[in-house]
Design a protein around this ligand. Structure first.
Ligand code: FE
Length: 180
């Protein structure tokens, strides 16, 4: 009831598949072919002549990471060390949720909302388009896709409802904690 199979059919089956196909196609003619995807992302970031390759590989990576952040409901909460860090930095889990949802709602245009680790501290950050925290030294822990293709079929313009549905029901906190 939170993300329909119709949405996932397009999101995973068309949008994500297209990024992967495009990345593989562009890499055929690139000296970066065969390198780990994180290195390709860092090597191409911010370079005008590599923008098409960066967009394709970063979107492929961001989506692959996003799928791992999801799991079927019922909703859960972080535990252990991650729960401790969240309580330490945000006061409590509910405040963290509010701040994360607000960041996702406020991002103008297409992009991603992340929980990342930056020199031992949790940070909520947003990136536009294909942007990823991998290029600014942060370790991604959790991401939610806020491109319209991820929610429009189910929620139309109601991005906040989509973000809330994921945060309350679908986050794979075991995966998030494993990224620490
Ligand atoms: Fe997407």
């Amino acid at each position: 009831p939170y993300i329909s199979s119709y949405t996932m059919g397009f999101h995973h089956g068309k949008h994500y598949a297209a990024y992967v196909a495009k990345a593989n196609d562009l890499l055929k003619a690139s000296p970066l072919a065969g390198r780990p995807i994180e290195e390709i992302i860092r090597e191409t970031a911010g370079k005008d002549d590599q923008a098409a390759l960066f967009n394709a590989v970063a979107q492929a990576w961001n989506h692959a990471f996003f799928w791992k952040c999801l799991r079927p409901g019922p909703g859960a909460k972080p535990t252990g060390k991650l729960a401790g860090l969240i309580a330490e930095q945000f006061g409590n889990f509910e405040t963290f949720q509010e701040k994360f949802l607000e960041a996702g709602k406020s991002l103008f245009g297409s992009g991603w909302v992340w929980l990342g680790l930056d020199t031992g501290k949790l940070k909520i950050v947003t990136t536009s388009n294909a942007g990823t925290p991998l290029t600014n030294g942060q370790k991604p822990l959790l991401v939610i896709d806020v491109w319209e293709h991820s929610y429009y079929l189910d929620h139309q313009n109601r991005r906040p409802d989509y973000l809330k549905a994921i945060m309350e029901h679908l986050v794979n906190w075991e995966f998030v904690a494993s990224n620490l």
